[in-house]
Design a protein around this ligand. Sequence first.
Ligand code: C2E
Ligand code: MG
Ligand code: MG
Length: 764
Amino acid sequence: MPESGEHNWPGDEFGSFLDRLGAREEESAHLLDRLPVIIYASELGENGRWRYVSPQVEEILGFKPEDFLSDPSLWARQVHPDDRLRALAVESHDALGNRDTRPVEYRMYTAAGRIVWMLDEAVLEPDAAGVPVWHGVLYDISERKTAEIDLQRSLAQQAVVARLGERALKNGDPEALMRDAVALIGELDGVERACIWEVARDGRRLNLRAGLDDTMLGSGRRISAGRESHAGTALDAGVPVIVPDWSAEERFTMPPAVRALGASSSLAVLIDGKDRPFGVLDVHSGERGRFDPKDVPFLEASANVLADTFERHAADKALRHRVLHDALTGLPNRLSFVDSVDDALGRASVSGSPVGTLFLDLDHFKLINDSLGHHAGDALLRAVAPRLRSHLRPGDIVARFGGDEFGILIDRLADDAEAVAIAERVASAFAQPFSMQGVDHYVNASIGIAVARLADGGSTNAELLIRDADAAMYRAKEGGRNRSVLFDAEMRATAARRLETERDLRGAVEREELELRYQPIVNLRSGEVTGLEALVRWRHPTRGLLEPRDFVSIAEDSGLIEPIGRWVQDRAARQILEWHELRPDARPLDVAVNLSARQVAHRGLAANVAEVIARTGLDPVHLRLEITETVLVEESAAAIASLEALNELGVRLVLDDFGTGYSSLAYLNRFPFHALKIDRSFVDTLGVEQEGTAIVEAVIGMARALSLDVIAEGVEKEIQLDELRRLECDYGQGHLFHEALRAEEISRLIATDSLDYSGISSTR
Ligand code: C2E
Ligand code: MG
Ligand code: MG
């Protein structure tokens, strides 16, 4: 066989070769027989008569020279039909005398039906009689051509893998990638179709995932995963499977899908996975023998791109699941709930239908946790989840926010009333008891409802909506639990105002917007003022002077109470020292400062107070800290530790608002209190209600037994004062004596020696 490439002679060289042939007949005849090419001379035209063919034609095409000479149509018949037009294009008078004719490549069938690639290079010259005759050479370039085709094919295949890889990186969605893969591979020359088959869970079938979606229905979309199918073998044995000719195939039955394609040959490779194989990628061709082992690496590379993507997607999914779900109940968590609500709001902004969220909190969950243990608490939460679900519509979403809090998204609502109805339905999920450790427990929930109506031109986001539902839930708790409350316009206004206030409150200390008022505390026996309670005020830049009820709970919720508290303590301590100096001969005044529950629970409280004492030089016995009773109800370890540390410092602790909480007097001796303040609501009843008076009397009696001082707050009327004195209450404060006054006013009272409450002294 001739070496490929050597026969692409330039036209003029070839011309001179022919000239030499003509010139030296003898020698040339010998030469012609030895060249591995077919030399010919034939008349112009598709069926032009052949005048000469060199004997090599037999070796190359399997025909004898006589066959050509006797049958002028033989050549045209043996040319591959696809190449005929190209081969015949040169059969024209235009070529006459043109020595620069381009060589033509075409396929020919040998006598045995094999295909050989010919390079036909000829010049058209008139003979002596003026008849145009082709003088040409036919080279067998099959080998070069095959190599060329292989190269082209492999380049095209590489391009497919590269593009597939690129798409996989851009978009990790398996569905899209599978569609891309079958489309890209299907564009390759001679490839009719590519298909992706996924192995079923039971491992017995391969289900069509991509490639024939338009053509195949029902059972046609399945192939056996066993060795009787080509794909099943690729899956099971993990080796590529080539079916060169389905009509002669004996190992495998032809699946309906492949039959429907009219495939003649196929190639299948495994799409492997880390833990288990994903399935099979196969390609089909209408040509017999289209696929050979050279095609395997390409298809395997494509399968690997798919496998990587599937693997990554599965890992992503697992990770997402972990990030977006609550491990205990398997419900979506808050993060994913927020996403869902945002999605629903996005859709609602188009559709205009309201979106509802419910914020559900179990009542007295802490009690179950504390009395039955955390395992019981966890079991309860796990049992609540499916119950909530079963009381909702399919599209609604239940999430667990943490603790005993759940969120519910109600998509596509008609109106508020429907949201309320759904909340009631959800509440009915708790009508049946929960069985825990063999005992039935009835559990209730408080539910807050918030509805976003984007149709009214409103705008909101998930966080705001959830916060509204949370606020409504709080109302439900306040209202006595086991109920649902709809977040309304008034609550919205309050919430908005709170948010605004919180924003303004940041930096209020630095901007020196806080002030203290001082309310004198009077010794009810002597009328002497023994101390002052410092009460904070906030001079808001636009809203004027604000009272604690306008901002203290906001400060507590936002953590701003910490810096505010430090400022109050420092300011009050300095102020009281100033007044000590104003009256050096009198008994030093005490100053009382209020602490909220949150401050008491804060770890750094005692250290802060110690720092204030150290910095100002105030004797700690003159500093009183008023702590509201609710601190004791919660009885947190941190709060108790705080109280003990404060007591160690030598400051005096006063239990404020006594009677509003649940603490019993007996319980009080467990805490290091020095005094208690009877709440204003009891003082109000004095002399009016017998029962109230009796309570105050009992409190004073028991406090005495516990060696606690008693202070009555909110003393407004003479009759109250009379009663308090009759009951031998030690101290009192209230408008009857003084309102909370500015520091300058107190200073003025001191300067004029009129701070005492002379009214008492005179009656005594
Ligand atoms: P509290 O400690 O029980 O303070 C007594 C409240 O009753 C004060 O209200 C005082 O002005 C008011 N009051 C005094 N005498 C009478 C009276 O005869 N009749 C009536 N109707 N009210 C009287 P204020 O200043 O609005 O303080 C309210 C609450 O805010 C305080 O209750 C205290 O719990 C809290 N608070 C005040 N200042 C601070 C502070 O610096 N830090 C913290 N954490 N809480 C504070
Ligand atoms: Mg107080
Ligand atoms: Mg009070």
